[in-house]
Design a protein around this ligand. Structure first.
Ligand code: NAP
Length: 336
């Protein structure tokens, strides 16, 4: 297993030169890469850590950037991997080797193809596991590494909102976390991949807002501002890689987007607005941004009861996955 430290591609002296770090998941592709490129220019005093599941890609991306960018391996499809990453980062921060996090940007995301059911290493439905569970675990496990004043930025999507054109055709279906996580549950099995995706993006918001409500108790001596983000439609990214190219071309045709009044952006613009959230004023929470504009997310996303239920159910699933790994490394959620 590659470690945070060895992948930094930097010596301890180089790392000690920074007094803050910004960690972005899924930072070597799509919107994340565009944001990371801007961050290393606008925050030359910060160590920008681009974390992705492919160590070579992470390192190659970092090598193509100025020296304040480092790559790290982080596979969000494995909760134990996420936990190891966070533990290691926490140790490096507590020993002064790497700076504390001034921002964590939960950007990585995945969407299955039509009719496809992918399962994470822990046995969970992969969209829910990668997009929601892993980011929740990462955020909570990294709390000791957050600077006294820090930001949590969570990338969601307009598809989370059934009252928008993006969400109207694939309305999220919020169920109990253990059902959303279970690829064998008939309700989950019979839910199409795009609905599973829009549901995971709703979960991103429920998690972010619940985190904001609990932040003071979770990290009493820190101030962590929470911002959420909808990049709009970004057909130029790789998110729809599992959909056949012709279908993707039809679904994202500019005339159709205009007709449906879906705002589309290039990955560069979507990355630019994401990077801008690092310096955006936070007047009051919850802060939801659609591209450069402050907006309001769906009614369901703002419901504290849904958020609490999702939080509790997700915590149970995360603990279960970690316990199974500890007890018997070969077992996962689906094993009897
Ligand atoms: N594109 C859109 O229209 C759109 C609209 C609204 C919201 N969003 C959101 O924007 C964010 C960025 O997506 P994008 O459009 O830039 O898509 P993208 O080009 O596919 O980038 C997604 C990134 O996530 C990474 N990732 C996927 N699975 C991972 C895993 N198991 N562990 C670690 N990293 C993983 C990918 O790495 P690999 O390349 O190794 O897979 C990639 O770097 C996502 O949260 C997405 O939901 C996108």
């Amino acid at each position: 297993m590659t470690t945070v430290g060895s992948l930094m591609g930097m010596g301890q002296n180089d790392l000690a030169a920074f007094d803050k770090a910004i960690l972005i998941t899924g930072g070597y592709g799509g919107i994340g890469a565009e944001a990371a490129r801007l961050l290393h220019a606008t925050h030359p005093d910060a160590l920008i850590i681009v974390a992705g599941r492919n160590a070579n890609k992470a390192q190659a991306f970092a090598a193509s950037c100025p020296p304040n960018v480092a790559g790290a391996k982080l596979d969000l499809a494995s909760l134990p991997d996420v936990g190891r990453f966070a533990l290691e980062y926490n140790v490096l921060v507590s020993t002064g080797v790497v700076p504390p996090l001034s921002a964590l940007i939960c950007n990585a995301g995945t969407q299955a193809g039509p009719g496809e059911m992918r399962v994470s290493e822990d046995g969970f439905e992969e969209t829910f596991a990668v997009n929601h569970l892993a980011h929740m675990h990462l955020t909570l496990a990294l709390l000791p590494s957050f600077a006294n004043r820090a930001r949590l930025i969570v990338v969601s999507s307009g598809t989370h909102d059934p009252n928008t054109m993006e969400g109207r055709f694939n309305k999220p279906i919020l169920r109990n976390a253990s059902v959303l996580a279970n690829p064998l549950d008939p309700q989950t099995r019979n839910t199409n991949a795009i609905v599973r995706y829009s549901t995971s993006k709703l979960c991103n918001l429920l998690f972010a807002y619940e985190f904001a409500r609990r932040a003071h108790d979770l990290a009493p001596n820190k101030v962590i501002d929470v911002l959420t983000y909808d990049p709009g439609g970004v057909p130029g990214s790789d998110l729809m890689r599992n959909i056949n190219p012709l279908t993707k071309r039809i679904l994202t045709a500019p005339w159709l987007m205009r007709l449906l009044r879906v705002t589309t952006r290039t990955p560069k613009d979507a990355g630019r607005y994401l990077a801008a959230l690092l310096t955006q004023d936070v007047d009051h929470e919850p802060a939801y941004w659609q591209g450069p504009n402050r907006s309001r997310s769906s009614k369901t996303s703002l419901d504290p009861e849904h958020a609490r239920a999702l939080w509790d159910g997700s915590e149970t699933l995360i603990q279960k996955a970690l316990r199974l790994k500890d007890q018997d490394g070969s077992k996962n959620f689906l094993d009897p």
